[in-house]
Design a protein around this ligand. Structure first.
Ligand code: FAS
Ligand code: PHB
Length: 393
């Protein structure tokens, strides 16, 4: 098979890139190792930045999001058994975020891709990407029990943290910067109406917790747990009790979460990682294939989107003008935003989580930082601008 752009991975990055290219008349083929049901049902992100919302709307895939998504104008921070709201539009000159699950974004993009006739192969496991330093890179993949090849002008690795495309960047030119964290998240999805209007991030002496949502009837909740935690050690009752304990505030001692059937429970490790450069020859990396952030700042999905917006713009420019100037600048353009998101995610994570090894002094530093955020318009605006998303490209 031959195409202009070979896209590896049908997560948000790969699917949105295919859509943006098709809208500009550029052909692509997307190869996804898993089946459609697996990709669509994978529980992941929940918050869309303004830039992501705008991109989905201009790509023509936002109809369901605009019907079912929930616009949020702020978040709550809880610490020292007190609660404080950050007003995003007031702090950012009008920006907000949209609560609309990544599973739904992926479903919308897949549905549009399949009806729009853009080649998307499921259960197509890419084995290798060869010839990155040529103008005809070759993708080898396994599909329907046979090894097949895809010849491209460009290959874009949107195959996530465990993908193979990163290996097409020779180790001699590839640098990976990493940080791991001494804790993980236990995430649950519950058929229980959220008793809060906006997301609540809490710092407590028992550890971090986050109350998010998927709809007026479905709650998405996270608890900080030790690395290596086995979800079976956390029966539903223990999860609910611990969440209530961590969200407790003195101003509303009766505040409790609404409980309901827990339909999914999983442990998510926390990691920061950046691979540089995000381009080698005719091979590009986008999304989690290039970088990972701890989910505290709700940046992962949104970074993937901003990468492919920059890349689509560069590919379209090259196809229309013959100039590779934007393609040549892709990696540097993306990495500026990636490192800003890495720092913000790291800051939110270390400000709110309880490191098992931290001292009482460290805890006082965290509380001082939290008091600063809720009492200084400048500090609050810095958090709000990063959370709602900085300009792309
Ligand atoms: P993805 O990982 O979504 O997609 C990569 C795709 O490539 C997958 O479908 C995979 O099957 C496919 N693939 C891999 N190897 C392949 C191969 N060899 N051949 C073909 N296909 C291959 N972010 C947030 O903002 N908030 C959150 O709460 C949050 N929770 C998360 C929970 C989990 C368990 C994980 C892993 C991530 C979470 N993230 C969260 C981050 C997540 O949303 C990512 O940032 C987002 O999925 C990135 O999208 P992609 O870059 O498209 O990568
Ligand atoms: C989610 O709803 O899954 C979510 C929201 C905000 C975060 C992380 C996850 O920071």
């Amino acid at each position: 098979m031959q195409t202009t752009v070979g896209i590896i991975g049908a997560g948000p990055a790969g699917l949105l890139l295919a859509r943006l290219l098709r809208n500009a008349g550029i052909d692509s083929v997307t190869l996804e190792s898993r089946d459609r049901a697996y990709v669509e049902d994978r529980q992941r992100a929940g918050i869309l930045e303004q830039g992501t919302v705008d991109a989905l709307r201009s790509a023509g895939v936002a109809e369901r999001m605009d019907r079912a998504g929930m616009v949020h104008d702020g978040i709550e921070l809880r610490f020292d058994r007190s609660t404080h709201r950050l007003d995003f539009p007031a702090l950012t000159g009008g920006r907000s975020v949209m609560v609309y699950a990544q599973t739904e974004v992926v479903k919308d993009l897949i549905s549009r891709q399949l009806t729009g006739g853009i080649p998307l192969l499921f259960e197509a496991q890419v084995r290798s990407v060869e010839g990155a330093d040529t103008d005809q890179p070759l993708v080898r993949y396994l599909h329907e029990g046979r090894e097949k090849t895809l010849t491209c002008d460009y290959v874009v690795g949107c195959d996530g943290f465990h993908g193979v495309t990163r290996n097409a960047v020779p180790e001699s030119v590839r640098t990976t910067y990493e940080r791991s964290y001494p804790y993980s998240w236990l995430g649950i999805l519950a058929q229980a109406p959220p008793v809060y209007d906006e997301l609540i991030y809490t710092h407590s002496e028992r550890g971090f917790a986050l109350a998010s949502m998927r709809s007026p009837a479905v709650s998405r909740l996270y608890l900080q747990v030790p690395n290596g935690t086995d979800p079976t050690d956390w029966p539903d009752g223990r999860v609910w009790d611990e969440l209530d304990a961590r969200f407790a505030v003195d101003t509303d001692p009766g505040w409790k979460l609404e409980r309901g059937h827990v339909s999914s429970k999983a442990v998510l490790p926390m990691r920061s990682s950046v691979t540089e450069p995000m381009r080698f020859g005719s091979v590009f990396l986008a999304g989690d294939a290039a970088h990972i952030v701890p989910p505290t700042g709700a940046k992962g999905l949104n970074l993937a989107v901003s990468d492919v917006i920059v890349l689509a713009r560069a590919l379209i420019h090259e196809q229309n003008s013959g100039s590779t100037e934007l393609l040549d600048a892709y990696s540097d353009t993306c990495l500026r935003r990636v490192w800003r998101a890495e720092h913000f995610s790291y800051s939110m994570t270390t400000m709110l989580h309880k490191d098992p090894a931290q001292s009482a002094f460290d805890t006082r530093l965290q509380l001082s930082q939290l008091h600063r955020v809720v009492n200084s318009r400048h500090a609050a605006a810095e958090l709000a601008e990063n959370y709602t998303g900085l300009p792309i490209g």
